[in-house]
Write a protein that binds this ligand. Structure first.
Ligand SMILES: C[S@@+](CC[C@H](N)C(=O)[O-])C[C@H]1O[C@@H](n2cnc3c(N)ncnc32)[C@H](O)[C@@H]1O
Length: 216
């Protein structure tokens, strides 16, 4: 084994350790009442669904759906919803809530950075992410962006809420507009509006670009 491989191995090990640690923390949250699980859809999503210039209902993929509040809201407003979360218990609770509400949502337990392993081919007109991406380990984020780009209908929107860097007591979580511009290179960042939280947060809107115009 040469020196370069010896140097790389601990990095990959650390990446796997971070993934496992994040999953354990998330599972722990859902053993009690997760603090983010308010049961209320944010006004930024309501504006996209019901406001002036609302999008026409189509197919939506929710990333990190938790216990399904927003997936159920979208389904109630005519959207065909697929919703994914990493945590078994969250997905189970989401299914129970949807059944009680008598709405059809396809909840999938899985990793949003590995969408190829899930039955979620799209194409999707809307992606909704309420503080999922900002907590995904940085080395998995390219795969997140690729998975959405491959499943995006022309002109699809991505509505994302994210915590900024430094919001939490770690060295890696958070998202910035610059990061999204780089990582979602085939998308246009239409809007970045600061949130109203005590720590830095953002609402981002991106649109899948239709690609370069090729002249005849
Ligand atoms: C801060 S919580 C927000 C949950 C939900 N969006 C809400 O607002 O109620 C982030 C969610 O993303 C999920 N999540 C984090 N990483 C994920 C991944 N790689 N794949 C799927 N879900 C993930 C977590 O399990 C958690 O439910």
């Amino acid at each position: 084994m040469n020196d370069a491989r010896l140097l790389r191995q601990p990095e990959r090990g650390e990446e796997r350790q971070l993934e496992a640690a994040v999953q354990r923390v998330l599972e722990g949250y859902y053993e009690a009442d997760a603090p983010w699980d308010t049961g209320v859809s944010p006004p930024e999503l309501v504006a996209v669904v019901e406001g002036p210039g609302a999008l026409t209902p189509g197919r939506v993929l929710e990333l990190g759906c938790g216990t399904g509040t927003n997936a159920i809201y979208l389904a109630r407003h005519g959207w065909d919803v697929v919703a994914v979360d990493l945590v078994d218990r969250a997905v189970r609770l989401a299914g129970e809530k949807a059944a009680a509400a008598d709405v059809a949502v396809r909840f999938l337990r899985g990793d949003v950075t590995q969408l190829d392993e899930l039955d979620a081919p799209g194409p999707f007109d809307l992606f909704f992410d309420l503080s999922c991406y900002c907590g995904i380990p940085p080395h998995r984020r390219d795969a997140f962006a690729a998975g959405l780009s491959e499943r995006a209908a022309p002109g699809a929107r991505l509505l994302m809420f994210g915590y900024g860097p430094g919001a939490f007591d770690d060295t890696w979580s958070g998202v910035t507009a610059d990061e999204l511009r780089t990582r979602f290179a085939s998308w246009d960042l239409l809007d970045a509006t600061p949130g109203t939280n005590d720590v830095p947060t953002w609402w981002f809107t991106l649109r899948r670009s239709t690609g370069p115009i090729v002249s005849a």
